[in-house]
Design a binder for this molecule. Structure first.
Ligand code: NI
Length: 148
């Protein structure tokens, strides 16, 4: 079983807040990410696809195909945008790294043609990283699915 990992970065602005809370309550919950006028992050994104090697071409999935999907479906929609206001698939969601990883998963999963989408990781500053394994991960199922 192989794990193919494709990394990229993007820059985006956000503000984490719940409108029903006061600024000081939001600060308690989200810290500096609740600053009223928003701020930017340089995000790290990693998409991992698990799969079996195809002996006819020596690959699990073409890295460039995964990169193209990430660029077209995610990067182009979030890079240099305001995640609270400019990104349709984040509408109504608090733009935490967790919610971003969840939406990125939903967007990518139908497009992964070889192997199985294994995880999506979103990092806010190198040190704070969220990894999402999908809504109902079962790692032995993944191993079985990619062998068949
Ligand atoms: Ni922030």
């Amino acid at each position: 079983l192989f794990l193919i990992r494709v990394k990229t970065t993007f820059s985006a602005a956000h503000r984490l807040y719940k409108p029903e809370l006061t600024d000081s309550e939001n600060f308690k919950l989200y810290g500096k990410c609740s600053n009223p006028n928003g701020h930017g992050h340089n995000y790290d994104l990693e998409v991992a696809v698990a799969g079996k090697i195809d002996s006819s071409n020596g690959m699990v999935i073409n890295f460039y195909e995964v990169s193209r999907l990430i660029d077209e479906l995610i990067h182009d929609k979030v890079d240099h945008r305001n995640l609270n206001t400019d990104v349709d698939f984040m509408d109504g969601l608090i733009p935490t790294a967790e919610n971003m990883a969840l939406k990125f998963w939903e967007i990518l999963v139908p497009h992964i043609s070889e192997g199985k989408l294994f995880s999506i990781s979103v990092g806010e500053r190198g040190s704070n990283i969220v990894t999402y394994f999908g809504p109902d991960p079962n790692f032995s199922d993944i191993a079985t699915a990619v062998q068949s």
